[in-house]
Design a protein around this ligand. Structure first.
Ligand code: IMP
Ligand code: MG
Length: 184
């Protein structure tokens, strides 16, 4: 037994442990709590499917009892790369008019999904929109989009686990794994 994960013919090696992830989730949560301290009924918008585990940990750490959670669903990836075409699959499940909104995303890669999402949400006239992401790949940006809260900035390599998938699989992993380089 090794500690690699094999899925769809690809091999992944350990990258971020669950403990390390939770440390950064706590740090981001305290930043959000500080920024929302005077906010009335903020709305956290979890981007399905990838962000559901991060969102569950994050909103519990933020700990604002009058905050609400809503869900949207977008897709742009096929296999291990972005198609460059972002589709909204499910729209907002909660009214955000006049509210402070924090979008919760698993990863910002090209930034195309983030830009489209912020645009779509602003049409509902929220009071403010902030963007929290577990992971950011700044070198992959095609948009210059800068998230407000980032747990980890990482190089442009494909990763899985803690909600992130390969063709819908391996979201259940506690830790995050990175695709194995040739010769490793
Ligand atoms: P973007 O629109 O290119 O920024 O891509 C954002 C979406 O692509 C994320 O919400 C993820 O669903 C997916 N994605 C980007 N990079 C990865 C990765 O390394 N692993 C798994 N999914 C990824
Ligand atoms: Mg996503």
């Amino acid at each position: 037994m090794d500690n690699k994960v094999r899925v769809n013919g690809l091999t992944f090696v350990p990258y971020l442990t669950h403990d390390k992830i939770l440390e950064q989730v706590k740090r981001v949560a305290s930043e959000i709590r500080r920024d929302l301290q005077d906010s009335e009924e903020p709305v956290f918008v979890c981007v399905l499917n990838g962000a559901f585990i991060f969102a569950a940990d994050l909103i519990r750490e933020v700990g604002l009892n009058d905050g609400k959670i809503a869900f949207v669903r977008y897709a742009s990836y096929e296999g291990t790369s972005s198609t460059g075409h972002v589709r909204q699959l499910t729209g907002l499940t909660e009214d955000i008019t006049g509210k402070d909104v924090v979008i919760i995303e698993d990863i910002v890669d090209t930034g195309l999904t983030a830009v489209k999402m912020v645009d779509d949400l602003k049409k509902h006239n929220p009071k403010s929109v902030k963007f929290a992401t577990l992971l950011h790949k700044p070198e992959s940006s095609r948009t210059g989009f800068e998230p407000d809260y980032v747990a980890f900035a990482i190089p442009p390599k494909f990763i899985i686990g803690y909600g992130l998938d390969l063709d819908g699989k391996v979201r259940n992993l506690h830790d995050i794994y990175v695709i194995e380089e040739e010769g490793e």
